[in-house]
Design a protein around this ligand. Structure first.
Ligand SMILES: [Zn+2]
Length: 361
């Protein structure tokens, strides 16, 4: 990081922010903690707090409606529109900083290391929410704030789990002399962390790029993060495949299809083995390589809650046809599990090598 003046966009113009060496150093002391265990605990506490706020959250669609009102005053009809799309109006609460009209845009975790929420109000920086529910959130006007944005992006990238925060907007809506404001809250995640890939120096004062997400997605993302912290888990935790990829590479779509053959060819070239007999897939004819189920179809039929997962790419692996029948309806032993993990589930292959696999036909 090169110290110097950063020019950032603010409502109605630009501001020059001096980023000195001293400011960066003191910023680092706020955002990052040398004690890794204490940092980890702080991170977990932060996301547990965030998760506890999810039941207050509205749907992305209703948040968009609230955003698009472009007014600080909410009419009864506006309120109806927000509610009918799965929104919730939460009255002002002087016990919660989130549910008060505070000028400061970014709300931090109690230890001030992480971003908990961003407040949007009419006339903010680049007041645009695109069709995908994506928006840019204004850069802060101090070095610590910039460092904190980049750190949250870095966490998102390096943990392989999107960084979740809350987006908040508020309106004047008179319910009584004491209750005059309502809030609409929705979860969002950090997207496109260019600073990690590109030049941190050039990107240092960039805005945060965010996308609105559903409560369900926020919840499963936070749960994944909490699971990652369980250091005694012997099984590798996988990030959830995006729905689109899970459908595209499900059993029905890969079994006996050109897509499935491309994946087999990729696995052959990549030197993958049959996890049962250890034979190189390259030494087996394509038609003799099968898509095996880790948890069998019969089990999933018997325990119907598994049914929507049976053909998921993470329940599938490549094996020789003759070995495929061997597992039957039993669960894989520890040894077999280890070799399936080593050669990868279909989901793992897609996670790490999507572009390469798509090039094969
Ligand atoms: Zn085999």
């Amino acid at each position: 990081m090169v110290p110097g003046i950063r020019t950032v966009e603010i409502p109605g113009g630009q501001a020059e922010v001096p980023v000195t060496k001293g400011a960066l150093e003191s910023g680092l002391r706020v955002v990052i903690l040398k004690d890794v265990e204490a940092y980890r605990q702080g991170l977990l506490d932060h996301f547990l707090q965030l998760r506890s706020l999810l039941p207050l959250c509205s749907t992305p669609t209703s948040f968009r409606t609230a955003w698009d009102l472009r007014s600080q005053i909410l009419s009864f009809h506006d309120a109806e529109a927000i509610l009918s799309q799965g929104g919730q109006l939460i009255p002002h609460n002087s016990d919660s900083r989130l549910l008060q009209c505070i000028q400061q845009g970014v709300e931090l975790s109690p230890q001030r290391r992480l971003v908990l929420a961003v407040r949007h109000s009419e006339g903010n920086y680049e007041d645009e929410l695109n069709a995908m529910g994506q928006f840019k959130y204004q850069p802060p006007k101090d070095a610590t704030g910039m460092l904190r944005y980049r750190w949250c992006e870095y966490l998102s990238e390096s943990l392989g789990v999107p960084y979740v925060l809350l987006a908040v907007t508020w309106f004047e809506y008179k319910m009584s002399d004491d209750l005059k404001q309502v809030f609409v809250v929705t979860p969002a995640k950090i997207i496109e962390c260019d600073s990690a890939k590109n030049d941190l120096n050039a990107q240092f004062s960039a805005p945060l790029r965010l996308q609105l997400i559903t409560r369900t997605e926020a919840n499963s993302t936070i749960n994944l993060l909490l699971a990652l912290s369980e250091s005694n888990v012997e099984i590798e935790i996988r990030t959830e495949l995006p729905d689109r990829l899970a459908r595209e590479w499900s059993y029905e779509r890969v079994n006996n299809s050109s897509k499935g053959r491309a994946l087999k060819k990729w696995a052959q070239a990549a030197g993958r083995l049959c996890p049962h007999c250890g034979k190189q897939l390259i030494d087996i004819q394509l038609s003799h390589i099968a898509y095996g189920h880790i948890v069998s179809r019969n089990w999933c039929n018997a325990f119907t809650f598994l049914l929507d997962r049976v053909n998921h790419p993470d329940n599938l692996y490549l094996t020789c046809r003759s070995c495929n029948s061997r597992l039957g309806d039993s669960f894989p032993s520890k040894e077999l599990r280890d070799s399936i993990v080593a050669s990868g589930t279909v989901g793992d292959m897609i996670r790490g090598n999507e572009a390469e696999i798509r090039e094969i036909s």
